[in-house]
Structures are given as structure tokens and as C-alpha cells.
Design a protein around this ligand. Structure first.
Ligand SMILES: NC(=O)c1ccc[n+]([C@@H]2O[C@H](COP(=O)([O-])OP(=O)(O)OC[C@H]3O[C@@H](n4cnc5c(N)ncnc54)[C@H](OP(=O)(O)O)[C@@H]3O)[C@@H](O)[C@H]2O)c1
Length: 294
């Protein structure tokens, strides 16, 4: 990692994640200023060489890069709206989790007050911070990101997504959608197999192989989505829909929850009714691109 260790950094918010972020900067020698509402959470970092800012206002003027990592955007607004706050001397990088509208709104709010604002999303747990495994997504003006990229390298694999401040949150949400879909599919299969006495550990390696194999289809399927053309090269959607019916029948017969396969089949059935039964699975993007039923 290319890291200029003499660059000062400020971390506001010393929960589990904020402490890991500050610790990673201290580890490679950055002069690190910290602030937290509950001051005692700074004790270990101060013992390791961090400077404790007396107020959040002082923290924001300590250096040219301030990272905020608190519970949610409500907390960010509460912090930045308190009295004595100057935002025009620093680049604010907000690594607090939220949605894209919150990120765009926070960017507008901060920029109106003279701040350079980057939004980010952390795709890692605290123990991964400071290693290449910690993927941290950034969005906002590229020049602001590039100005601090070498400093941010101390945190892990830093990635720039684009000028739209909402992109980091959107990628975060897309990643969560992927994570829960894979886990839910695995749980459905595990519940089915347990009815035949197959335990979760026995099924897990098989499930892992399937998930990895399916993941390899994604780049090709993405080309179909981007071109808007879905020739059935491997199988047609109506073939998939018949297999979905088997999964529902199997689940119901085994006394296993069939809500998830029914939901998936309902989407496929709508697409088939709209004339897409002879096309390949990614044609369902049209179903996913509409609000749907609640
Ligand atoms: N932990 C993870 O694995 C993980 C992974 C990815 C992303 N994240 C994101 O990182 C952010 C922080 O997570 P965390 O795990 O560090 O949470 P945490 O341990 O619960 O810490 C929350 C932090 O927010 C501060 N805070 C909350 N409300 C505040 C307010 N109104 N004013 C000032 N400070 C306030 C807390 O201050 P006090 O100490 O005074 O309460 C504390 O520093 C969240 O948005 C989370 O989604 C976390």
C-alpha cells in the first residue's frame, strides 16, 4: 500500500468500527486526532498515541481529512449541526452506513457549508480494517478522493466508484442483496435436506460449489442485460419456472417453508405472461426494475 504516514487524520466516532479505523492509521504512523461522544472510548487510542480533541468542532479543524463513522445519518446531522462547527477547512469522509438519498442529501448539506464531502461504505468487519481484505467504497468528487487516496490506503482496499455521492451506498445495498440471497438460498436447501437427515455441514461444501458456479455466469448474463437481448443459450425461463414448481412442491411436501420459492416463481410467471418464457433467466431484470407488490 502506498501510504504517506505523515498526513494527519481525524476520526469522529469511536464505536467498534471507528476505533478500528483510528487504530489502523496509528499503526502506520499517521498523526491521528480522535473524538467520541463517550470520551472513555478514546482511552486506548490515546495510550497508543492519538490526540483527543476536546470538542467535535476542534476535531473538524484538526486536519485536512476528517472521517466520520457513527451509528447513522441522524447522528451525523446531530454532530455537525452542533454549535461552533466549521466545515470549510477539511474533507469530510462519511463512512457511516445509510442509503443513497441520505448520502446525497448529506453531501449537499456539507458542500453548502464549504466542506469537501466524500461518502463511503465499509464492506468489512472491524478486525479486517488495515488489511487488504477490508474493501472500502468511496463516492464523490474524484479530485477529493485522489487528494487523500494514499492516506486512505492504510484502511484496506480503497475503491473509487464515481462522482455521484450515492454510489457507495448503492453498491453497499447491492452487496447486501447478494449476501442475503445466497444465504437464504442456502438455508432453503439446508432445511429441505435436513428433512432427509442430511446435516448442514454435509450440504455446505456442495452449496458452496453451486454458488461459485452460478457466480461465474454473472459477467455473461450482465452482457445480456446491458444489450437488452436475452437469447436462451443455456435454458429458457419457462424451463426454470417448471423447476421452481418442483422446488415449491418438494418444500411443501417436506413441511418446509415455501414462501421464497413461491415469490421467485411469481416473478417468473409474470415475465412468462408478458411473453418472455422463451428467453434466458436475466430477462427477469424487467421484473426487478419495477416496484412490484408489497
Ligand atoms: N461494526 C461493523 O462490523 C460495521 C461494518 C460495516 C459498517 N459499519 C458501520 O459503521 C458505523 C459505526 O458502526 P460501529 O460498529 O462502530 O457502531 P457502534 O459500535 O455502535 O458505535 C456507534 C458510534 O456512533 C456514536 N454515536 C451514535 N449516536 C451519536 C450521536 N447522536 N452523537 C454522537 N455520536 C453518536 C457512538 O458514540 P458513543 O460511543 O458515545 O455511544 C459510537 O461512537 C455504522 O454506520 C455501521 O453500520 C459497521
Amino acid at each position: 500500500m502506498n501510504n504517506r504516514a505523515d498526513t494527519p487524520v481525524t476520526i469522529i466516532g469511536l464505536g467498534l468500527m471507528g476505533q478500528a479505523l483510528a487504530g489502523a492509521f496509528l499503526k502506520v504512523g499517521h498523526p491521528t486526532t480522535v473524538w467520541n461522544r463517550t470520551t472513555s472510548k478514546a482511552d486506548r487510542l490515546v495510550a497508543e498515541g492519538a490526540r483527543l480533541a476536546p470538542t467535535v468542532g476542534d476535531a473538524l479543524t484538526a486536519g485536512s481529512l476528517t472521517i466520520i463513522c457513527v451509528t447513522d445519518y441522524k447522528a451525523v446531522h446531530e454532530l455537525l449541526s452542533s454549535s461552533g462547527i466549521e466545515l470549510d477547512g477539511t474533507t469530510l469522509l462519511n463512512l457511516t452506513s445509510g442509503n443513497s438519498a441520505q448520502a446525497r442529501e448529506a453531501a449537499q448539506w456539507a458542500e453548502q457549508r464549504g466542506a469537501h464531502y466524500l461518502d463511503g461504505a465499509i464492506m468489512a468487519v472491524p478486525s479486517m480494517i488495515g488489511t487488504a481484505e477490508a474493501v472500502i467504497l468511496h463516492s464523490g468528487p474524484q479530485s477529493d478522493f485522489e487528494a487523500h487516496r494514499s492516506t486512505l490506503d492504510a484502511l484496506g482496499t480503497v475503491t473509487y466508484l464515481g462522482a455521484d455521492h450515492g454510489l457507495a451506498s448503492l453498491y453497499d445495498m447491492a452487496g447486501l442483496a447478494m449476501m442475503w440471497s445466497v444465504l437464504n438460498a442456502w438455508l432453503q436447501g439446508t432445511a429441505l435436506l435436513r428433512t432427509a437427515g442430511v446435516d448442514a455441514a454435509t450440504y455446505a461444501p456442495f452449496a458452496q460449489q453451486i454458488a461459485t458456479g452460478v457466480a461465474e455466469w454473472l459477467p455473461g448474463y450482465a452482457q445480456q442485460i446491458d444489450s437488452g437481448s436475452f437469447p436462451a443459450e443455456a435454458s429458457a425461463l419457462e424451463t426454470d419456472a417448471r423447476a421452481m414448481a418442483h422446488l415449491i412442491e418438494e418444500s411443501e411436501a417436506a413441511g418446509v417453508n415455501a414462501e421464497l420459492p413461491k415469490l421467485i416463481k411469481a416473478m417468473a410467471d409474470r415475465s412468462i405472461a408478458a411473453g418472455h418464457g422463451g428467453e434466458q433467466y436475466p430477462v427477469l431484470i424487467e421484473e426487478f426494475s419495477e416496484p412490484g407488490d408489497d
